[in-house]
Design a protein around this ligand. Structure first.
Ligand code: FUB
Length: 515
């Protein structure tokens, strides 16, 4: 009996530790991931479009904006809000913001997108520009940068080669490329037809071709290019990954010695999987020494073919550059490091969340809103150290107050750390900084589960930070740090400078130290 009990306890501990990391964003639907790592920046960014459900609107990929997420640990993702709304492009028609990719050239970020023109039915390719990877982005050209005028001009991917030449590939049911001029917003018209080259979709290059068989379209060969290209380079080989095979889609790839081809079909990267999405769309990136493959699924709550969610897996290459087949998993990837709970963490840095929304952008400030009763959010893998946390500080705004924030260790059933009554702050963007003592002390590495109780809208949250001190001391430290304390000077906990500190606790350079 004891053995069975131990086995059961062991298994349940194991299961409580094995958390599903996919999809990587669960509070809104995100599709067509385009991962990017920028030189000199410690984060991995993923650019995407947001699948939306608007009552009364035909949900055929109805998308009004593009969003950016970033991570430093691969399991907690910061939502940077509405980094590029459709309205940034005066020519773009409602609900047609499809796949995209952002690259950096010089000090600027260029986010290539596609949308239909108002009054039309075909997509055009345009580009947004920003001085920051998280935007906000503005239309760099005030008009589309290219069209073939024949439809299918969707899913731009851009790659800048080692010699600085940028290549733009795109296309649905056709594959085209263009060379970008050094200003990144005009194409070089010296090649192809007015600068556009259509790549022949041969068996040799893409495994097969689509042909008509009566009313049906079938593949003559092993595979066929569909849409969603991703151009990249590893060593001296160029890779073109793409959604393939018609619908439902899988991901295949071809390789070349040149960014302009000819391409040679290499096989499937991710076969058709049971992901609850009939499209797939991929991107790859190397980050902190590992290769990652991003794709989309229909795995978030209420998800499906028009409510998709980004996911990530590790990818590996053989010594000859062959991509080893990748399986879609709920487990996803392992964390690269722990998160520090003792510094301000943005409330919109999330491992998972349900019911809430994230609004704003880099210029206006980004925060978590739409927090109602029974909504929840989780951050993963925080290292509380051996002393542990005694209190937490929130930057919070609440129009009415009266609801509760409940913090639990690890998950929704974990030990309760806090049950905090939310007081009204005077408005839902009237921010207060509030500290509350925890009822239990988390030590070591844990996730934190936030849940919200009440009857109506509960609060907005901007950031939070755990403290190793109880509220009284934490408040004293924060008021000394804010009161213009000078670096290099010791202060006691009441904020008085101490000329010759001996033994005791002091505030020095904005931090509490023990002498
Ligand atoms: O998200 C809209 C369209 O679905 C994309 O442009 C395609 O790649 C497919 O994922």
């Amino acid at each position: 009996m004891k053995k069975i009990y131990l086995l059961f306890t062991g298994l349940s501990m194991l299961f409580s530790q094995v958390k599903a990391q996919n999809p990587i964003v669960s509070h809104c639907y995100t599709a067509d991931p385009a991962p990017m790592v920028f030189e000199g920046n410690d984060s991995l960014y993923v650019y995407c479009d947001e699948d939306m459900n608007v009552p009364g609107v035909n949900d055929f990929y109805f998308m009004e904006r593009w969003r950016v997420y970033s991570t430093v640990d691969m399991v907690n993702w910061t939502d940077h809000g509405i980094a590029m709304p459709r309205t940034a492009f005066s020519w773009a028609s409602k609900g047609t913001c499809w796949a995209s990719q952002c690259v950096k050239k010089g000090d600027a970020y260029y986010w290539y997108m596609c949308a239909q023109k108002t009054g039309g039915w075909i997509h055009y390719i345009g580009v947004g520009k920003s001085s920051k990877p998280s935007g906000p982005f503005k239309d760099a050209r005030k008009q589309p940068i290219l069209t073939t005028n024949s439809g299918g001009d969707i899913d731009p991917t851009v790659f800048i080669d080692d010699d600085g030449q940028a290549y733009l590939y795109w296309g649905n049911n056709k594959l085209c490329y263009a060379k970008l001029r050094s200003n990144m917003v005009l194409i070089d018209t010296s090649i192809g037809k007015d600068g556009i080259v259509e790549v022949p979709l041969t068996k040799e290059a893409f495994g097969g071709v689509k042909v008509k068989n009566g009313d049906k379209e079938v593949i003559d060969g092993r595979d066929a290019y569909e849409e969603g290209p991703w151009l990249d380079k590893r060593g001296d080989k160029y890779y073109l990954m793409y959604a393939a095979g018609g619908v439902p889609e899988h991901i295949s790839y071809s390789m070349s010695d040149s960014p302009e081809g000819p391409w040679k079909y290499k096989g499937q990267v991710m076969t058709q999987q049971n992901t609850n999405s009939f499209t797939n769309h991929s991107g790859m990136v190397n980050y902190k020494g590992k290769d990652y493959f991003f794709y989309h699924t229909g795995w978030a709550k209420g998800g499906g073919g028009f409510n998709r969610s980004m996911a990530v897996e590790e990818m590996t290459f053989s010594s000859t550059g062959v991509i080893k087949p990748i399986t879609a998993t709920r487990a996803g990837v392992k964390p690269l490091c722990t998160m520090n709970p003792y510094i301000q963490q943005q409330a919109e840095t999330l491992n998972a969340a349900y019911g809430i929304s994230v609004v704003g952008n880099e210029d206006t400030g980004v925060y978590v809103t739409d927090i109602h009763a029974n909504d929840s959010m989780r951050v993963s893998n925080l290292d509380f150290g051996s002393r542990g946390a005694q209190s937490i500080t929130f930057r919070i705004a609440a129009e009415k107050g009266g609801g509760y924030i409940v913090l639990r260790q690890d998950n929704a059933k974990g030990k309760v750390l806090l049950r905090h009554k939310v007081e009204a702050t005077g408005g839902d963007t009237e921010w207060d900084v509030v500290t509350a003592d925890l009822s239990a002390v988390p030590t070591g590495v844990h996730g934190i589960h936030f849940s919200f109780l009440g009857t109506s809208s509960i609060c907005n949250l901007d950031w939070w930070q755990f403290n190793e001190e109880k509220k009284e001391e934490a408040d004293a430290i924060s008021s000394v740090s804010k009161s213009g304390a000078r670096d290099g000077v010791y202060y006691d906990l009441t904020g008085r400078p101490v000329a010759n500190p001996s033994k005791g606790i002091f505030i020095f350079n904005g931090k509490k130290i023990k002498k």
